[in-house]
Design a binder for this molecule. Structure first.
Ligand code: SF4
Ligand code: SF4
Length: 444
């Protein structure tokens, strides 16, 4: 594919995180350009990596996370999503990751539908057993697994995960106590699960317990949240524990919910000087995939510009040198916004019974902090009049009056659902105070 066509594709979607934000004209232009690309008989291929658990499986280093597909209202924009998937597949992406809850339950059905036209052997389809309903009883686990195979229109999953486990006590009661792990092992024996692993959101002690079961259960990989932000905290510890256990690592949230792709202007300029042509998202992907044992980094791609940028990153993939990694961290540290809320925008916490748009609120505040528009400390003090006005307009336009932070009743329903352990109620109260301060001109 010619660079000029890629640039046009990029242009067609620039500025829109999701297809629902496209004008009709840009959407038409995008679809035309993608049709042209689809006619290219020999598109370039991205880097693949041999999967440590089974020699000979060549997984694309970039995995397609099927959780942030372009939407048309409440439904997946199947035409545009299909083009994104097709473009990715034609350029070598072969790892597709879905789950029961993604896109309100629609993702796994769409994953089956969109991938059905490809040779099954050329694909790696990944799904996960949800805690609810999957772990309520052994019968529910069996029912859930059967539903997932049917939804994905496949006889087997290449990788299957215990989804978002983190609490050792709950795992012992559910997965072990109810015989669910034995059932998953029996499905592996039958070949309907090719590789069994888990995705993890918990503490160090919990992870130690799960890894201690490596031989008993036969874990073959672990999916971890890993990115330059998390590297400073538990992320690195968890990664090192999994590597020490000798397991491959699949990476989720390599961009930390998109935050590492949306660095401020200063950081973007510095990164561009260091490696012309490599985007901030590209730096984040290169960092995680340069780490030992990391096989695949997932990206929940929602626009063609995401797909193109990511594929370009992995087209000429090379690990970062130690010097490049150091520079990357220095730039991130120097230019990162202050007091960012550790929200990745995953939407696990919604719907809120009081309609609070939690991910949108945190996303807006973080974006303004990254851009340095909420004052030097990100607390609304020392803002320019223009930034105050901009923030208040965006806050009102995005949230209205029935979904903003002040609508939170502190009921706590959302807290358990957050894999990042965000102190949602506290953070929302901080946002209420922030908005109030901005309205008062930065005082209070
Ligand atoms: S604590 Fe607040 S944000 Fe969370 S579910 Fe309850 S009302 Fe919604
Ligand atoms: S608050 Fe937590 S659950 Fe909600 S979107 Fe952010 S990270 Fe996800």
């Amino acid at each position: 594919m010619e660079v000029t066509r890629r640039s046009l594709l990029d242009f067609a979607l620039r500025g829109g995180a999701a297809a629902c934000g496209l004008t009709a004209a840009r959407r038409m232009m995008l679809l035309d350009l993608l049709a042209e690309d689809a006619a290219d008989p020999a598109p370039f291929q991205i880097a693949r990596v041999e999967y440590a658990a089974e020699k000979g499986r060549m997984l694309s280093r970039l995995g397609f996370g099927m959780m942030r597909l372009p939407m048309k209202g409440k439904d997946i924009d199947e035409e545009l999503s299909g083009k994104l998937v097709d473009y990715a597949y034609r350029h070598g992406v072969n790892y597709f990751d879905t789950a029961w809850f993604y896109i309100g339950g629609k993702s796994q059905y769409y994953t089956g539908k969109v991938l059905e036209k490809y040779d099954r052997k050329s694909l790696f389809i990944v799904n996960k057993l949800p805690g609810n309903p999957g772990c309520r009883s052994l019968e529910k686990a069996k029912e859930t697994f059967a539903t997932q195979l049917k939804a994905c229109r496949t006889d087997y999953f290449d990788n299957y995960l215990c989804h978002a486990i983190g609490n050792w006590g709950a795992f012992k009661r559910g997965y072990l106590g109810l015989g669910i792990i034995d059932y998953l092992k029996s499905e592996r024996d039958k070949g309907r699960i090719r590789h069994l692993g888990f995705s993890f959101h918990g503490g160090k002690d919990d992870l130690r317990h799960f890894l201690d079961l490596k031989d008993q259960i036969g874990w073959e990989f672990v999916m971890l949240q890993l990115n330059a932000d998390d590297w400073k905290g538990d992320g690195r510890t968890f990664y090192e524990m999994v590597v020490e256990a000798g397991l491959p690592v699949m990476v989720m949230e390599p961009l930390h919910g998109g935050r590492l792709a949306k660095v401020n202007v200063g950081a973007r300029k510095k990164l561009e000087e260091l490696k012309p042509g490599l985007s901030p998202a590209g730096w984040a992907f290169r960092f995680v995939t340069s780490l030992k044992n990391v096989t695949v980094a997932l990206s929940g791609m929602s626009s063609m510009s995401d797909v193109i940028d990511n594929i370009n990153t992995f087209r000429d993939w090379k690990p970062l040198t130690d010097e490049e990694t150091k520079s990357y961290f220095d730039i991130c540290a120097k230019y990162q916004g202050k007091n960012l809320i550790p929200c990745t925008g995953c939407e696990y916490c919604i719907p809120c019974p009081h309609s609070v748009k939690i991910p949108e609120i945190f996303g807006l505040v973080n974006m303004m902090r990254i851009e340095g528009k909420l004052g030097p400390d990100g607390d609304g003090r020392g803002m320019s009049a223009a930034d105050r006005k901009k923030f208040l307009v965006m806050y009102k336009n995005k949230l209205g009056t029935h979904a903003d932070a002040s609508c939170c009743t502190s009921c706590g329903t959302c807290l358990e659902k957050c894999p990042q352990r965000v102190k949602i109620v506290e953070e929302l109260q901080n946002v209420v105070a922030l908005v109030d301060r901005v309205k008062k001109g930065g005082r209070g």
